[in-house]
Design a protein around this ligand. Structure first.
Ligand code: GDP
Length: 199
């Protein structure tokens, strides 16, 4: 079935498993992870996918403890909310801690099926986004790049801006998303379901 044709409803049950600054709990169900720069709209995207107003916090402040938040969705898959990166003013130590935590997670999570990489649809490719994508490609970890805040693109330039961004990121596909209008949300849910069901 073409996943684009499906538009599943928000999940019936979402269970918050916990917030993990160090060790992750044992991997059980297939897992998808969400990654992106701070303020890219990651919390809003996760809340949209989960159909919950505040599963993931919106606009958490940069100083907060960095941790991986884990949700169990419909007893079918796990959703991991990775800490945002690229805060302008965080000390070097915090940045290297982020790197250690996320790289450790990405390289060792056996159940990881997909990393949803969020980029802001209005901005040109950012160094840290390219670094993350390069790392995932190098490690052969499947990913999907999602362009957030698509509602903010001027209608007349939308197509060309998305095409340019996709090329700049060097990826085969860019999934436009808006947490505000719900554009692309059903398709994203369908993609996640497909990815955790395959195999
Ligand atoms: P996070 O730091 O990546 O978790 O980003 P948030 O989800 O907290 O969003 C950062 C800011 O962008 C907030 O002010 C949101 O209201 C706004 N935002 C997030 N998603 C969208 C979107 O799809 N459209 C618009 N217009 N604003 C958004």
């Amino acid at each position: 079935m073409n996943p684009k044709k499906q538009s599943p409803h928000p999940p019936g049950s979402v269970r918050f498993i916990g917030s993990f600054p160090d060790e992750m709990p044992p991997a059980t169900l297939p897992e998808v992870a969400f990654a992106g720069r701070s303020n890219v709209g990651k919390s809003s995207a996760i809340n949209g996918v989960l159909g919950r107003k505040s599963a993931a916090r919106v606009s958490r402040s940069p100083g907060r403890t960095q941790a991986i938040n884990l949700f169990e969705v419909d007893a079918r898959y796990m959703l991991a909310d990775l800490p945002g990166y690229g805060f302008a003013k965080v000390p070097e130590a915090v940045q290297s801690r982020w790197k250690g935590m996320v790289e450790g997670y990405l390289s060792s999570r056996e159940t990881l099926r997909l990393v949803v990489c969020l980029v802001d649809s209005r901005h040109p490719p950012q160094k840290l986004d390219l670094a993350l994508l390069g790392g995932l490609q190098g490690a052969e970890i499947p990913f999907l790049v999602v362009a957030t805040k698509a509602d903010k693109l001027p209608r007349s330039k939308r197509k060309s801006m998305l095409a340019k961004l996709r090329k700049g990121l060097g990826v085969p596909e860019l999934h436009a998303l808006s947490a505000l209008t719900g554009e692309g949300m059903g398709e994203l849910r369908a993609r996640l379901l497909k990815v955790v069901q395959d195999r």
